[in-house]
Design a protein around this ligand. Structure first.
Ligand code: SF4
Length: 274
């Protein structure tokens, strides 16, 4: 796309570690960078606090697209529009409506470079805008930065890792995100029982699979939270973690002891969780 205007430079923050590290990495490389966050209204409180600290350390405003666009439709209203159909990996209207559309509205038709925090040691594709005026840029991939570099950048910046990693959550995004693993639901219940209850209240058993909406596959949270079921999930998680350790002999001691392992980082949404 050709334009006479100067391109905009936009970095979308998710509240995750990679986009936060990218913000520091690019701060002096692209001084005119605009930082933006698409708040779904269903984020973890830790995510909002983390972004507040990031904004203070960056010394630049983080635009809240969903507020600044002036036409934010919240999750609950959208859920009504979608007839009560909870989003899932194959009905992912949430990302489109609450992340991608606000992002595209924020940019309009102006030409922009969109900086994405995909790392060189990641092998995943993203769910990003396909508009021709929005050109993705992957500085970490281009410069060969891996997870250890991201952790170093965050440590040196004074920001550190997102606080939700302290209780074992591996991703930013909505507290009820269907990309969570079962162990993360168990941890959510322990860390934020009120949010677990809120997520549970959205679930609806139906007459058949098409009209039944649970966050976690075909297991309702009311079943998952039973003590014996949670104990089983924790046991299975420990076994999987041990297997991953044995299969990754080069893993650092820090990663092994850290409790939040790479194998937990399954594919999710780039715009929600990077
Ligand atoms: S974090 Fe999960 S639930 Fe929230 S918008 Fe992204 S994919 Fe959807």
């Amino acid at each position: 796309m050709k334009t006479n205007q100067q391109p905009r430079h936009i970095l979308s923050l998710s509240g995750g570690k990679d986009s936060a590290a990218l913000a520091f990495y690019m701060r002096d490389r692209v001084p005119e960078m605009e930082y933006v966050f698409h708040d779904t209204g269903k984020e973890l409180p830790e995510t909002i606090a983390y972004l507040g600290r990031l904004e203070a350390l960056l010394g630049k405003p983080i635009h809240k697209s969903t507020v600044e666009n002036g036409d934010f439709i919240g999750f609950d209203q959208l859920l009504k529009i979608y007839g009560g159909m909870l989003p899932s990996s194959h009905r992912r209207w949430c990302t489109r409506k609450m992340k991608l559309v606000p992002f595209e509205r924020f940019i309009g038709n102006e030409f922009c470079y969109n900086y994405v925090g995909l790392r060189a040691d990641e092998n995943r594709d993203g769910y990003i805008s396909q508009k021709p005026n929005i050109v993705p840029v992957y500085p970490f991939r281009e410069d060969g930065l891996i997870k250890a570099d991201i952790e170093r950048i965050l440590e040196e910046s004074g920001l550190g890792m997102p606080p939700y990693t302290e209780w074992g959550r591996t991703r930013s995004g909505c507290f009820f995100c269907f990309y969570q693993q079962k162990i993360e639901w168990v941890r959510l219940k322990a860390a934020h029982p009120d949010l677990f209850e809120e997520a549970k209240a959205y679930e609806k058993p139906g007459k058949n699979a098409i009209t039944t909406f649970y966050w976690c596959g075909n297991e309702p949270l009311a079943e998952l939270e039973k003590p014996e079921r949670m104990a089983q999930i924790i046991r299975e998680h420990e076994v999987a973690k041990e297997r991953a350790r044995r299969n990754a002999p080069n893993k650092t001691l820090l990663n092994i002891l850290g409790g939040v392992d790479d194998y937990e980082e399954k594919t999710g949404c780039l715009i929600c969780q990077i």
